[in-house]
Design a protein around this ligand. Sequence first.
Ligand SMILES: Nc1nc2c(ncn2[C@@H]2O[C@H](COP(=O)(O)OP(=O)(O)OP(=O)(O)O)[C@@H](O)[C@H]2O)c(=O)[nH]1
Ligand SMILES: [Mg+2]
Length: 374
Amino acid sequence: MVTGQHNVSSAASQSTEGSSMNLKDMVDEAFEKVGHANILIAGKTGVGKSTLVNAVFQGNLADTGVGHPVTQSIHEYSKDGEPVHIFDTKGFELGNHRDIARELKGEIQRRKSIGDPRQMIHLAWFCISNDGKRIEDSEVEFIRDLSAEIPVIVVLTKTVDSNHDFFDLVCRECTYARNVVQVLALPYETPIGTIPSFGLDHLIDCTYELMPDAAKAALAASQQVNESVTKRAVDKVIAVAAASAATIGASPIPFSDAVLLAPVQIGMIAKLCKVLKIRADRQFITTLISSTAGVMGATATGRSIARGLIKLIPGAGTVIGGTISAATAGVLTTVMGYAFYNAVRLLQGNGIDLNAKNLSKEFIEQLKKSKLGN
Ligand SMILES: Nc1nc2c(ncn2[C@@H]2O[C@H](COP(=O)(O)OP(=O)(O)OP(=O)(O)O)[C@@H](O)[C@H]2O)c(=O)[nH]1
Ligand SMILES: [Mg+2]
């Protein structure tokens, strides 16, 4: 016996009636739009650059990520599926900081000129060890030169005491830096106890603020230390999708043409999966969307998938009254986004496996609980 759900699933992956894109393309495009966060990391050897990168980002990027030389002194590290790329600068301590600065400037400008945000180097963390309590003229000069190209955050690593004198000195010396942040990336053992790690969430807060919009979601998706940045990125993904949906509804569309909203809403859910660090590939999203919309009796077409999702929201039919205006399209999309977010958080909170089946079930529950308007 072939179930209705199977019908939806297979057809949805092939075509969406009335739309030039199929579900697979929509998901691929959404993943593509998450982009990359490209961070340059520099500083003397042993200051804790790799330790920092591994503590902030998922998957021990600095040790096990695939590195390849970009120029003589820049290595790029990335990992499949992780939307962050680290550009590690070598040889700073060898006394040739001016050569490195020149090389870096050239590379940053070259990438900027390509005009693709995924290629650009967005920001730099310049690391200085807080246990050495020493900043050299060469470091100040380097930070100044680099700041002419991209925002630089000075990271004071290995901060194990509460004395702020060195922090104050660095703030005074490095006026070109956009911020100075003290961190301890890993807990530090002392004879009288352990100092817990700290400061990484603040570093990510500052980094998120300075990232260009095109790279914010990627940063949120790849970091594992700041929940509020993840939430801010979720809000942004939903707001951008709602605005796109409103543009589509600017000349009101008949409810039967709700499929026009599908690329925006399905794209939003795919992006939310990335930002919320759900291990979701194209098949996962296809199954998730199809089985969610399938509950409302969505049959084989994309048209009914879009309607199926909307119909799960109580009162959507009456509020819409046959046509979808800009405001309604925006509200529907917002409601859908937060229903999905709440579903993910609820499953995570209850320790339930985030597979497509469980997620779809909870997404349906959340859509049913949601309200349009007041
Ligand atoms: N406990 C603790 N140790 C740290 C911290 N940061 C760095 N270390 C230690 O400092 C040493 C050097 O750290 P790395 O992260 O390898 O330094 P690096 O800047 O990547 O060094 P190079 O790759 O040689 O330039 C290692 O033994 C780390 O374990 C920290 O926040 N806490
Ligand atoms: Mg290293």
